[in-house]
Design a protein around this ligand. Structure first.
Ligand code: FES
Length: 109
């Protein structure tokens, strides 16, 4: 792993831990996902919604979200094995290589 990636992990952990230590599940590394074809590094072991929060902390923190599967404001369209499906980002874990094609306007980053 490159030192810049390590530095990014340390910086990310430090930034988020300092503000709210409980919002992310523990992670040791970042994984790469794509959003509309652009690559992003996000924490492993976390839902897509938490990963979006990792990328846009204030935007997601301010959105009207239930975080428990009821409001449907967090839907995303993902491509898996060449097939598109809609998922609730608060209930779906992000995995290495995941491709997100659409994000609900309520949480779009
Ligand atoms: S945040 Fe409400 S359904 Fe996911």
């Amino acid at each position: 792993m490159s030192s810049s990636k390590q530095d990014g992990i340390v910086a990310a952990k430090g930034r988020h831990n300092a503000e709210d230590p409980d919002i992310f599940r523990p992670f040791e590394r970042l994984i790469e996902i794509t959003i509309r074809g652009k690559a992003y590094n996000v924490p492993e072991n976390n839902t897509i919604l938490r990963c979006l929060q990792f990328l846009e902390l204030q935007r997601i923190s301010d959105a009207e979200l239930c975080w428990n599967g009821n409001c449907q404001n967090c839907t995303v369209r993902i491509i898996e094995n060449g097939r598109a499906r809609t998922a609730m980002s608060c209930r779906t874990e992000a995995v290495q290589g995941m491709a997100i094609e659409e994000i609900n306007p309520a949480i779009d980053i």
